[in-house]
Ligand binder design. Structure first.
Ligand code: FAD
Length: 503
């Protein structure tokens, strides 16, 4: 019988997406002597959900998304979630700026671009919601440049493609923040992992984690080289599973009790894409509208300016699609294999309690290209079908569990699961996603290493300040902190401290 080689590490990170890359980076900064291993099943890191074309590349900062600012019964808006997301994104900016200053991320232009973020309200309700959103947020320092207008001439100046030839009649309004960003999270993940490898970490691509088990107070992580089939074992006191759609199956196979009753359902996304120069010239923004009644927040339509590998594009969507795979490069049997006696009740309850979502998904699956172009027509009045191609984005694995007696989808939030006294941590769910990786990974550190946080916090405040710290800063200090990061990241224009409202 052949003996499987065993390697000892202080931390093993499963998956080479933006989440593991960020956690590895933070651990490397806090504990430079720790032996870190990262295992990625594909030939390169950052090719699944973090890859530029597998997500919309929006640096979510709460600047334009209606779903982060629900309306109250009296018509006003609760801005709490948008502010939280703004703070979480600020943590990401500070971390990226720190890494750029250290010279390990290369040119920020390769993964980060300034693109105004705009909210688009249509119809009396949409306009009222947007106006209330603007009123609730504009007093906060992170939203101090937020402008609002219903004036068609102003809108045609901001968004020529959407308002240049728009017929009058329907009430419309737009908010605009020049602080918005477009991010290539795949490039970012690869750069962070290259830097981690340079400081001594073992970053293995083309290697798949096949199982996890806890033996004698340590985690045993079994790995298979996908090229040669050779098997090896990594042993570590700490494991993070940042395997995206591969996370739940790995935890299920490991028998992690915290997820025994969890189910999963994959929803894939599609976008319409164009790179026609005349259209690009008339649209330089990410514009977020509101979701159709009954549709989930991930379905919020948006028209985005993107820069990927130096090329500019417009992207419109998302449209929901279905594939039983849990990863784009996953197996057709992924969904079937995730069904177990322990999670059958939650699958049944989720189907029963999410009828409007199910109806929405079925409607999306039946949608024709004509219907997709008609949806685009709500944003761009004059659409030529031949300008737009349909592209498939990444898989979102919506985690299903019982919450408040009902079958709920967790995928629309993010959940950190810890097991065995925090020695194993995993990330489930996908929203708001990659933008908030830095603060999500600070939370993972806090959940995994509560005893170390007092020692680590001063350093974290410098490189990736916890959101609670940002929330406590005085207005001018918060603005100074984000402005300094934005300068390093060459995000122009600089954050304005005072601006007259335009409404
Ligand atoms: C359609 C869509 C649009 C989105 N838009 C945005 C957006 O605009 N802004 C935003 O911030 N976020 C967005 N997101 C969310 C964002 O893409 C994700 O939150 C983020 O990329 C997740 O990163 P990750 O590292 O957890 O996962 P991934 O990037 O998927 O990385 C997981 C890695 O683990 C590897 N892996 C899996 N199983 C194993 C195994 N057994 N062994 C070894 N390796 C394994 C995979 O190959 C993969 O590389 C979007 C997502 C989708 C699907």
């Amino acid at each position: 019988m052949s003996v499987i080689p065993v390697e000892d590490h202080d931390a093993v990170l499963v998956g080479g997406g933006v989440m593991s890359a960020t956690l590895g980076t933070l651990i490397g900064e806090l504990e430079p002597d720790w032996r870190i291993a990262v295992v990625e099943r594909l030939e390169q890191a950052g090719l699944e959900s973090s890859n530029a074309w597998n997500n919309a590349g929006t640096g979510h900062a709460g600047l334009c998304e209606f779903n982060y600012t629900p309306r109250r019964g009296d018509g006003s808006v609760d801005g709490t979630r948008a502010v939280e997301i703004g703070e979480q994104f600020a943590t990401s900016l500070v971390l990226w700026a720190h890494l750029v200053e250290r010279g390990v991320l290369g040119d920020p232009e390769d993964f980060l671009h300034a693109v105004p973020h705009m909210g688009f309200g249509r119809g009396p309700e949409g306009v009222a919601h947007l106006r209330a959103r603007w009123a609730a947020l504009r007093g906060h320092p992170l939203f101090s440049d937020l402008e609002y207008s219903e004036d068609r001439e102003v809108l045609a100046g901001w968004l020529p493609l959407m308002f240049g030839a728009r017929p009058d009649g329907e009430p419309v309004a737009v908010t605009r923040s020049a602080q918005g960003t477009d991010v290539d999270f795949g490039v970012l993940a690869r750069r962070m992992l290259t830097a981690l490898r340079a400081r001594g970490a073992a970053v293995r691509t083309g290697h798949e984690v096949t199982s996890l088990s806890r033996q004698g107070g340590a985690w045993h992580v079994d790995v298979r080289d996908r090229r040669t089939g050779v098997r090896s074992r990594l042993r570590a006191p700490y494991v993070f599973v940042g395997a995206g759609g591969g996370t739940l199956p790995l935890l299920q196979r490991a028998g992690v009790p915290e997820v025994r009753r969890y189910g999963a359902f994959p929803i894939s996304g599609q976008f319409l894409r164009t790179s026609r120069p005349e259209l690009l010239a008339a649209h330089h923004a990410k514009v977020y509208g509101h979701a159709a009644p009954g549709a989930p927040s991930i379905s919020v339509p948006h028209l985005d300016h993107r820069t990927v590998e130096g090329q500019e594009h417009l992207l419109f969507g998302p449209f929901a699609a279905f594939s039983p795979r849990f990863l784009r490069a996953g197996r057709l049997t992924d969904l079937l294999r995730s069904v177990r006696p322990g999670n059958l009740p939650v699958l049944a309850a989720s189907a029963r309690d999410n009828r409007s979502l199910m109806a929405y998904l079925v409607g999306q699956l039946a949608q024709s290209q004509r219907a997709r172009l008609a949806a685009l027509g709500g944003f761009v009045p004059e659409v030529r079908a031949e300008d737009w191609e349909l592209v498939t984005a990444g898989q979102r694995v919506q985690v299903l569990k019982i919450a408040g007696g009902r079958g709920a989808m967790v995928g629309f939030g993010t959940e950190i699961v810890t097991s065995a006294g925090g020695t194993l941590a995993a990330l489930l769910g996908a929203s708001p996603g990659a933008s908030t990786a830095a603060s999500a990974m600070v939370d993972v550190l806090a959940a995994s290493f509560p005893d170390r946080m007092a020692e680590w916090t001063p350093r974290l405040r410098e490189i990736a300040p916890p959101t609670a710290d940002l929330a406590r800063l005085e207005r001018d200090d918060l603005l100074a902190r984000t402005a300094a990061a934005r300068r390093v990241l060459r995000l122009d224009p600089p954050h304005p401290t005072h601006r007259e409202d335009t409404a």
